[in-house]
Design a protein around this ligand. Structure first.
Ligand code: FES
Length: 328
């Protein structure tokens, strides 16, 4: 019985040692490593084939041909003698193989151009490209002024058009060529408004000149007008409808007739026959010329000759209650 017990004990111990060894072998067995398939690293390639034309012309395009492999996008740089690299085009699909690169508007004399293509870790450079400037035709034209005459103290609009001029200058002179005002303006603006002097001498004519880069356009003999503000409270008769009264701008009488609350007619006090000064007769019933007897109605129409033309009229605009603007 004692022997049998020893045998069982040994078998028990052996069984456990065997189990322990099996476990140790299994635990120490290296895991199977999945090997990744080998991927070949593709080499990128960039070759500048040619440019056309061989001379870079200002404001024109320069065609660039290239060949590339394994590059997605390219950036194009340009540089002239004194400048740093400038990006001329970015994010260009490298498979295109052709780009029309716009050249700067102007090169310095004998300036050389350098171009660079960059992408996918590659760079190619073409140096010493000769440059040339295109002489573009320049022109300037005055389209119109607004209003069509110059009113003292008010705005005058000048509308113009031009080609290939960087900056325009607008100047206004009087009959004696005295400079009244001068302004610079970008051609792209197409128009310029400026305030005129407060007063023009009677019969003054102006000369407008628009110029730049050696070309110019002029507008001669621009008629001038002055402004007189009429506040009817200052006039005995003009407070009332059909009231007639004379105002005295320099060198010429002007007769005003208030025909409505907001309407006034303004007539020259000079007879249309030979220029004598007319007078108001018979309680304001008509105008009479003392020189040769012409008669005019209070609206300026000829009633008796020798004058044959009605009195010259002027604009007289209502401004606000009781106030009018006479432009003469
Ligand atoms: S100038 Fe007035 S009628 Fe001759």
């Amino acid at each position: 019985l004692e022997n049998k017990k020893n045998i069982n004990r040994r078998q028990y111990v052996l069984t456990h040692i065997s189990f322990l060894i099996t476990w140790l072998v299994a635990a120490c067995k290296p895991e199977k490593i999945e090997k990744e398939p080998l991927v070949a690293v593709k080499e990128s390639k960039l070759v500048l084939l040619n440019i056309f034309p061989e001379i870079a012309v200002s404001g024109s395009t320069l065609d660039i041909n290239w060949y590339s492999e394994n590059i997605d996008f390219l950036t194009f740089y340009i540089k002239t003698g004194t400048t740093n690299w400038q990006i001329a085009a970015d994010g260009i699909d490298a498979d295109n193989g052709l780009i029309h690169l716009t050249m700067p508007n102007r090169f310095e004399k004998d300036e050389l151009l350098t171009i660079k293509l960059s992408g996918g870790g590659k760079e190619v450079i073409r140096e010493n490209i000769k440059t040339e400037n295109i002489i573009l035709p320049k022109s300037v034209e005055i389209i119109k002024i607004e209003p069509e005459y110059a009113i003292a103290g008010e705005q005058l609009g000048v509308y113009f058009t031009s080609e290939n001029i960087a900056l325009l200058t607008i100047e206004l002179r009087d009959k004696q060529q005295n400079l009244l005002l001068i302004r610079n303006v970008l051609p792209s603006a197409g128009k310029l408004f400026f305030t005129l002097p407060d007063y023009f001498v009677l019969g003054e004519r102006l000369r407008l000149k628009v110029y730049g880069d050696g070309v110019y356009a002029t507008l001669e003999n621009i008629t001038t007008k002055n402004v007189l503000i009429i506040n009817t409270v200052d006039y005995f008769y003009l407070k009332h409808i059909n009231g007639i009264e004379k105002v005295h701008p320099v060198f010429e009488d002007i007769w005003l007739k208030r025909i409505a609350e907001k309407e006034m007619i303004a007539m020259s006090g000079n007879c249309t026959h030979a220029g004598c000064r007319i007078e108001l007769y018979f309680n304001g019933g008509h105008f009479y010329c003392p020189c040769h007897g012409s008669k005019f109605s209070t609206d300026g129409l000829v009633m008796n000759g020798p004058a044959s033309e009605p009195l010259k009229t002027y604009a007289c605009e209502w401004v606000a209650d009781g106030t009018f603007k006479l432009i003469y």
